[in-house]
Design a protein around this ligand. Sequence first.
Ligand SMILES: Cc1cc2nc3c(=O)[nH]c(=O)nc-3n(C[C@H](O)[C@H](O)[C@H](O)COP(=O)(O)O)c2cc1C
Ligand code: SF4
Length: 419
Amino acid sequence: MAYVVLRHRDIPDLNKFDTYKNNGGLDAFKKAVTEMKPADVTDVVKNSGLRGRGGAGFPTGMKWSFIDNKNWPHYVVANADESEPGTFKDREIMESNPFQFLEGLMLASYAVGANVAYVYLRGEFWEIGAALDEKIAQLEEAGYLGDKLFGTDYSLRIHTHLGAGAYICGEETALLESLEGKRGQPRVRPPFPPSFGLYGKPTIINNVETFTNVPMILANGADWYKTMGTADSAGVKIFSLSGRVRRPGNYELPFGTTFRELIYGEKNGAGVQDSRQVKAIMPAGASSSLIVVNGDEKILDTPMDYATVRTLGADLGSASIIVLDDTVSMDWLVNKTVHFFKHESCGKCTPCREGTFWMKNITERIHDGAGTQGDVDLLLNVAKQMQGKCLCALGEFATMAVTTGIERFPQDFKKAVKA
Ligand SMILES: Cc1cc2nc3c(=O)[nH]c(=O)nc-3n(C[C@H](O)[C@H](O)[C@H](O)COP(=O)(O)O)c2cc1C
Ligand code: SF4
């Protein structure tokens, strides 16, 4: 099957303007601006069933249709923060297929009537930011960005912006605060960005991978997109596979591909290192609940789509599949994830600021061999008390590995504590 998002793997040099253009690139944008109404572009995306790839899987066309047309100007922002441990797909897209990403951002901007769009990049992506600036300049020079495009009244400019390296700035409202030059902390919602976003104006925020699907959907049609994937989750997804597999990497596969095919397929993960057994899977990076596998064949045959993964007590999220084998003890894993979230908690709300602090202290004690069963119970209690009380999802994410680790792998914690 030909690639949809990782098309550079089929077409060498796709990151060059001429190659992109010679392979049909930018035709969809020109056609949209010159022949389609903005709402028609949104309708195609809506009908394709495309869902956001940033984690929540929210229907993209529906989000675009929420833009408040009574309040102007409008903005579109690409979330290129990519900070979830285990996620490394947006980086490959922006490095190797940047024009398709930018064209998707341009189509979204046209669809919602935005004349200015931003790419918000994590601070460590400064080289990618500089390369994107060059691509944007090329698009301006060739007449695809700028004033009165193709002789119409539509104008569009794109700017890149580097963050300072904070996981919370991937959360869309913290991202907007940071883009406005303020401290990157989440806003209370509602109002949501399509009505109150950047500078208080209606704003659409999507993930890089989400945008990169859009030119192909416009070029080939909504029905073509729906021939791939499942009824619940249309199209293809990039699975960032890591952990104890033989071949970690990004794999673009249709939604509904099984965990087994991703982990064991010869062209994919090629199996677990040292031929060990899969003990658990984190399907959504460090934010994930732990799916218990322990060699259970049925679990490995589960199709990966948003609805089915939920039946295993986890979310697919951004599909950063971390594979854990029987060399990993869950007290170690929980200690690692809690450290990360304690470090990244922005401190704005008490349950997350204090909760992650105390969870870190307790997990460290357990991991150092100085903990007791009472500490394990206390850790679970703190995590459960945080749930449902945090201002943004980071606080919830911090509890996922803790609660599912203790509840689904109690034997690992029993071994880790003093008798
Ligand atoms: C703590 C936190 C970090 C996030 N990090 C990212 C990120 O790095 N990239 C991303 O696209 N979305 C991230 N999100 C999700 C965004 O808030 C938002 O839902 C997403 O960018 C919307 O795009 P989509 O509809 O295309 O998925 C994060 C959310 C939270 C709560
Ligand atoms: S949940 Fe954590 S990261 Fe989110 S606002 Fe509260 S303190 Fe900040």
